[in-house]
Design a protein around this ligand. Structure first.
Ligand code: ZN
Ligand code: ZN
Length: 105
């Protein structure tokens, strides 16, 4: 016990609700690197505060500056969320969904 404030970084493994891939959690990534589907578990990234739990579809992908941004849409409640792609996300899956134009929030 050091008495220092602890920053809670949630690292957890999960099984993709769409394709069944076992995903090694890194603390920030909450989507599947193979199919890019996610689950609606966060209000803010990593907080696991959402009660929804619906599957989030990778609705579209745009390439901004130096990274891909994935727009997820929850199948259950319809909420959309933009997340940055992780370095180990499937480039094939990303480029298959890429759309030109600005991000629509
Ligand atoms: Zn998957
Ligand atoms: Zn939802």
């Amino acid at each position: 016990m050091t008495g220092l404030p602890t920053f809670k970084r949630v690292v957890e493994d999960f099984t993709c609700g769409f394709c069944g891939t076992s995903v090694k959690g890194k603390g920030y990534t909450n989507h599947c690197p193979e199919c890019l589907w996610s689950s609606h578990v966060d209000v803010n990234p990593g907080d696991r505060a959402s009660k929804c739990g619906g599957l989030m579809k990778p609705h579209s992908v745009v390439f901004t500056r130096s990274n891909y941004t994935i727009t997820h849409k929850c199948l259950k409640c319809g909420k959309t969320k933009n997340v940055e792609a992780a370095p180990d996300d499937s480039r094939d899956a990303l480029s298959a969904r890429i759309k030109p134009g600005p991000i629509i929030v």
